[in-house]
Structure formats: structure tokens, C-alpha cells
Design a protein around this ligand. Structure first.
Ligand code: SAH
Length: 384
């Protein structure tokens, strides 16, 4: 009986974890309190890692009780944590409704980049991505997105309010298409970049999109986060097959929208262009030459991602020689090009391998039933 009451209480309360600074101010006004309380509570939640109002010692007991009656700070639950030999950390995060998403932290030369998910599954169905194969369930709330940052920081021990350096960069490159979950993603990135919360600079938070052009145009009205695009092909003919949303927003329109976004930033940042290299599909030197032509129209750098296989995928990773040959064409054309090296191999933490557990609402995953079984096996394997 007790458990049931708790559940009812917890669903009726507003979860302040995902409230952007503005929303939190509005919340305090709505309960008849001064807006400056928002700053105090933001710091408690995101810099001290508080999970209850009782911990907030600079707030009166009366107000703390008032807050506890209507609000909560609820973080999504970690189902599995895996730490790879190379230091990469991966979490399977359980969400209301039975699904799970994944987040990955990749330490590298003093930096620690956290890759967060924005949706349960994905509606875009890119042909080489395992998330897409699982169909789509729902958008994550802002609390579930920012909760992944809290989970990562907490995995190293208590919060350090004097300036936490355990997560130095965040990329929205996990499961889902961030621009299809616009409002919640924007609230979460505001918190990542807010001084009274995580205080990450706009250079250290990157939103990656497959190219939802209208939302990309909306983005510059509300934030100046860094931008990455998933291009993967130099021609519309090929991109239509790999990234189906290209049929709605072809390469020219995407490049134009990126230019509008970069112009709005008024600084020297460039777009990161992601290009997943698939053997015999998009890795030919002639395709590199075509890609040069596209990229010359955009201030950008190129990140080549050798395809990461997943169960039942038909594609293969190109040979190292093919990757280097492709890279050389780009470099000779003056395009800054890096190759993303696979990290966290032993915990299946690489790009395109994040599977979580999607309670599919579309009928897409039915086409990939063996994959679903493999996924189940994989999750069991992690929880051992
Ligand atoms: N939907 C967004 C966010 C996901 S980002 C986007 O498309 O940008 C995940 C990145 O990993 C994308 O660049 C994606 O194309 C790439 N990726 C997906 N599956 C992959 C795979 N199997 N191997 C290598 N890269 C992959």
C-alpha cells in the first residue's frame, strides 16, 4: 500500500530536474515565491547534486516543506553501469514506461565527453544505425536528458560544487534525433550551458542532427550551441538511401540552413560534418572528391566514422587503407579531417551501437526480430 501511495505522489509532483532557469523562475513565481530562489535551487540540483529539498540549507524549512509538497528532483534510474578497459563508461538508463536509453562517457587527453540520448529509439530510420532499427517510443523529457549528465558526474563520487571537471564536453549524439525533440533538448542544453548549473561553454556542447531543416532554423533563435550534422553521402541519390529524411530536406537545403546557423553565431566556430564510412557504399575516392565540392560551401571540419557493425547489419567497415585514401583526398583539398577511433569496444559503446531497450510504438522493429533478440541478450550480458 505504501509503495502505491508513493507512486501516486511522485507522478503528481513536478520534477524540477529538467527545469531551465527561466522555467524555474516562473515556477517560483507561480507558487508565490521570489524568482531568485530559482538560482539557489539550480545550484543545489546541478552543482551540489541534491536529490531532496531537505539538503538545501540556505532555504528556510517552511519553504523546503512547501517545495516538497508540490515538487521533486527525480533522476532516471541506472539499470546497468559498465566501465571499459579504456576508461569509457556506459550507462543503460531505465525510464518510466519500461524502456531504456544509453549514455556514454569517453575520457580523452584530459577531456571527458559525454554522449547523451534525446529519444527512446528514433523515427528517422537511417540505414546504418542500430537505434533506428529499433523503432521509436517517445521523446525524453528534459529531466531525462539532463539526468544523464548527473548520472555521469555522480559515477565518480559526490558532486564537487567548486567546479566539476568530470564531464567537460557533452554531445547530443546518443539515441534519437535531438531536433525532433526540440523543446526538451533546448531546455537541457540551456542547463548544460548555464553558469548556475553545469556551466559548460558553448564550444563544449554539440548538438548533432541528421538534418531537420525547419528545426535547425528555429534553433538559432534560442541557443548558440555548437553544431554537428550527419551527412554520410555527397549526393542526394545516395543520401536518400542512407538518411531517409534527405528526401524531405536534401543536401542543398541542409547546407544552406547550416550556413544560416553558423552566420548567426558571430564567432569562428565551424560545423562538424559526420560521415560514417561504409565499405563499397560511400568510401570511394571519387565520392571523396564529390564530398569536397559539398563541403567547400560550408565552414566545417570533417569527422570520418568507420562504420561500427551491429547484429544483422549488412554493411561493413572499410579497410584502413580505404579510410586513409579517402581522408587524403579531403586533406589535400584543405578540409580538416579526423577519423573517429572506436572507444569502449568491450562495452558496445561505439557510435551506432547504442541500443537501450525500445518499447517500439512503430511497427518498424518487427522487420528486425532477430536483432531484438540479440538486443535482449546484450542487455542481459551487461547486467551480469
Ligand atoms: N540523430 C542525430 C544524433 C545521433 S548521432 C544525428 O543523426 O546526428 C550518432 C552519430 O553516429 C551520427 O553521426 C550517426 O550517423 C553515427 N552512426 C550511427 N550509426 C552508426 C554506425 N553503425 N557506425 C558508425 N556511426 C554511426
Amino acid at each position: 500500500m505504501k509503495v502505491e501511495t508513493d507512486m501516486i505522489e511522485s507522478t503528481n509532483k513536478v520534477n524540477l530536474l529538467g527545469y531551465s532557469p527561466k522555467k524555474l523562475e516562473a515556477f517560483f513565481e507561480s507558487i508565490g515565491e521570489k524568482p531568485f530562489r530559482a538560482t539557489q535551487v539550480l545550484k543545489w540540483i546541478h552543482q551540489f547534486g541534491a536529490s531532496s529539498f531537505d539538503e538545501m540549507t540556505n532555504i528556510s524549512k517552511v519553504l523546503r516543506e512547501k517545495l516538497s509538497a508540490v515538487a521533486e528532483i527525480r533522476e532516471p534510474e541506472v539499470q546497468v553501469q559498465n566501465i571499459s578497459k579504456d576508461g569509457t563508461r556506459k550507462w543503460v538508463i531505465k525510464l518510466d514506461g519500461g524502456s531504456a536509453v544509453e549514455a556514454v562517457l569517453i575520457p580523452d587527453n584530459g577531456r571527458a565527453t559525454l554522449c547523451v540520448s534525446s529519444q527512446i529509439g528514433c523515427s528517422l530510420d537511417c540505414s546504418f544505425c542500430s537505434t533506428g532499427k529499433q523503432g521509436f517510443n517517445r521523446n525524453l523529457s528534459a529531466a531525462e536528458i539532463i539526468g544523464q549528465v548527473r548520472v555521469a558526474i555522480r559515477s565518480f563520487g559526490p558532486f564537487d560544487p567548486s567546479g566539476d571537471r568530470r564531464v567537460t564536453n557533452v554531445v547530443l549524439m546518443g539515441m534519437g534525433e535531438p531536433l525532433m525533440n526540440f523543446d526538451n533538448v533546448v531546455d537541457a542544453i540551456h542547463l548544460m550551458m548555464e553558469d548556475n548549473a553545469y556551466g559548460l561553454s558553448k564550444r563544449r556542447v554539440t548538438l548533432s542532427t541528421a538534418g531537420v531543416v525547419p528545426q535547425l532554423d528555429k534553433l538559432r533563435e534560442v541557443t548558440d550551441v555548437s553544431l554537428a550534422i550527419s551527412l554520410h553521402a555527397p549526393t542526394n541519390e545516395l543520401r536518400d538511401q542512407l538518411v531517409p529524411i534527405n528526401k524531405r530536406y536534401p543536401i542543398d537545403e541542409l547546407v544552406a540552413a547550416c550556413n544560416r546557423y553558423m552566420d548567426s553565431l558571430n564567432d569562428k566556430r565551424v560545423v562538424t560534418v559526420e560521415y560514417t564510412m561504409i565499405a563499397g557504399v560511400n568510401d570511394h575516392p571519387s565520392q571523396a572528391k564529390q564530398l569536397v565540392k559539398v563541403l567547400k560551401r560550408l565552414p566545417c571540419k570533417l569527422n570520418l566514422i568507420p562504420f561500427n557493425p551491429f547484429p544483422n547489419s549488412d554493411y561493413q567497415r572499410p579497410s584502413e587503407d580505404a579510410i586513409q585514401a579517402f581522408k587524403m583526398v579531403m586533406v589535400r583539398a584543405g578540409i580538416i579531417t579526423t577519423v573517429r577511433r572506436t572507444r569502449g569496444d568491450d562495452v558496445d559503446a561505439a557510435c551506432g551501437q547504442l541500443v537501450g531497450q525500445v518499447m517500439d510504438r512503430t511497427r518498424r522493429s518487427e522487420k528486425y526480430i532477430p536483432l531484438k533478440d540479440e538486443t535482449a541478450v546484450q542487455i542481459q550480458k551487461h547486467s551480469r
